[in-house]
Design a protein around this ligand. Structure first.
Ligand code: BES
Ligand code: MN
Length: 458
């Protein structure tokens, strides 16, 4: 019996391979998770190639005849670091099932959803070993560090990706009863800012007074980047932001989540969306500028009378159509440089980025009439099969999160993606006690089994 006939066990084994891409001390887990993916694909009958990249190789699996409709399935075998470890109720890489959820780092992002696809294919191929559907599997190991090798990989392997569409489950849904078909992803730009003052740390009594403290200068620059409405105060930042379409606002109203419930989930009393957007709108339709980490000076116990020589902040912006990462990166960089007081120096390093992505579902206003038959078929089938398995009609919504390579696949090989959200807010992505809902897993396997059959050319 193949491991995939027991999806919870398969997921448990996949999660136990600690594949933290950001940290080289996890190299063994990264390669054993990759081997796990390779073995499952081979079991499913795929020809598998492990393609080397400068960091973590890509798993490329292929099956089927070039004359069949061609589906590309994307996933990532890497996971986020498990820290802070002491906040986990069970060890991050020793899975535990509690209350119908499987706990462990990567359970939801993205190993559980990958097991859903694979388990559904296992059932399909058992009954229909010659199913006329060509599939190319692409499972990368650098998604959680921004996919630095992916564009190189794409350029070298373009010809293998002459498919009709991509299928991805690496986005969210509001509840186990209500799924979302994701129609867009925010883009991202990442910057590291360093403010540099005196040539070394100084005694704040011996030298305090005559000079500008780099932490103070940095705090003032950071404070200037939003105005009192919560909007990003970078000239031009909103110039290319598109208003959401009417149908998108209508879909958002179908979300079974009220502002109050969301505030309670977050543990906050007051929202602070930028002017012009409601809290739930701002998450999907507005761009952001966030401070992800800030430092300088003394961070240890007690006090230390020091003027630090340097201070830093890490910033990311989430981008929406039609902003581009290049455009926003230069606007933010120039604004920060222009706001640096003359008494200190500032260095802005760009550390990554990707453009936003949208796919308008066939039938909605503005949809691409020339999109491949397989994509049109897939959206219709997904809607039906999800409704059948979950008892509710899926909602069509853009996401707040980013998967930069989805835009790259569109740009480089012209492929649009059908993104079916299988994780929920309660899954704690990137946080302690990440889990995957096993009820969603079971229903989703039923839905995907039928969806794959619908896609085949029969
Ligand atoms: N699966 C997430 C993306 C995601 C999260 C989509 C939530 C929808 C809702 C993905 O693994 C991820 O975390 N992406 C990073 C991208 C970054 C590392 C370049 C993100 O969004 O921060
Ligand atoms: Mn992910």
């Amino acid at each position: 019996m193949s491991l995939l006939s027991d999806p919870a066990r398969a997921l448990s084994e996949y999660v136990s391979h600690a594949s933290v891409s950001a940290d080289s001390t996890f190299a063994t887990g990264v390669s054993s998770a990759r081997e796990f993916a390779v073995s499952r694909l081979k079991e499913l009958g795929f020809a598998v190639e492990v393609v080397e990249t400068p960091i973590h190789p890509v798993v490329l699996g292929t099956r089927g005849d070039p004359s069949w409709p061609h589906l590309v399935i994307y996933g990532h075998y890497d996971v986020q670091p498990p820290d802070p470890l002491d906040l986990w109720d069970s060890p991050a890489f020793e899975t535990e099932i509690r209350n119908g959820r499987l706990y462990g780092r990567g359970a939801a992002d993205n190993k559980g959803p990958q097991i859903v696809h694979m388990a559904a294919l296992a059932r399909v191929f058992e009954k229909h070993p010659d199913l006329p559907l060509r599939i190319t599997y692409l499972i990368e190991g650098e998604e959680e560090i921004g996919s630095p090798s992916f564009n190189g990989f794409l350029n070298d392997h373009k010809e293998k990706l002459d498919g009709d569409m991509v299928l991805v489950s690496d986005t969210g849904s509001p509840s186990p009863e209500q799924l979302v078909i994701t129609t867009g992803l925010r883009g991202l730009t990442a910057l590291e800012v360093k403010v540099i003052g005196p040539k070394q740390d100084l005694h704040s009594g011996v030298h305090g007074g005559p000079l500008l403290n780099p932490l103070q200068a940095l705090a003032e620059i950071c404070a200037s980047l939003h105005d009192s409405d919560g909007a990003v105060n970078v000239p031009g930042f909103y110039d290319s932001v598109q208003d959401p379409e009417d149908w998108e606002r209508d879909e958002l109203k179908k979300m079974p989540l009220t502002e109050n419930q969301y505030a309670e989930f977050l543990g906050i009393d007051h929202f602070y969306p930028p002017k012009g957007f409601s809290p739930l709108e701002s998450l999907r339709f507005a761009p952001t500028l966030e401070f992800n980490g800030m430092g300088g000076g003394y961070q240890g116990e007690g006090s230390k009378t020091v003027i630090p020589s340097e201070a830093f902040v890490k910033i990311t912006c989430r981008l929406v159509p039609n902003q581009t990462a290049d455009e926003i990166t230069s606007l933010v960089k120039e604004t920060i440089e222009s706001r640096c007081p003359p008494q200190v120096r500032v260095e802005v390093k760009v550390t990554g980025g990707g453009d936003p992505y949208v796919v308008i579902p066939p039938g909605k206003p503005g949809a691409d009439l020339d999109s491949p038959a397989l994509l049109k078929k897939a959206f219709a089938a997904a809607e039906n099969r999800i409704e059948e398995a979950f008892g509710t009609h899926p909602i069509y919504l853009r996401e707040g999160g980013s998967i930069p390579i989805i835009g790259d696949l569109k740009r480089v090989v012209g492929l649009d993606s059908l993104l079916i959200g299988l994780f929920t807010n309660e899954d704690n992505l990137h946080a302690p006690n990440e889990s995957f809902h096993l009820g969603i897993m079971d229903k989703a396997i039923d839905a995907f089994e039928k969806l794959f059959l619908d896609l085949a050319d029969r």
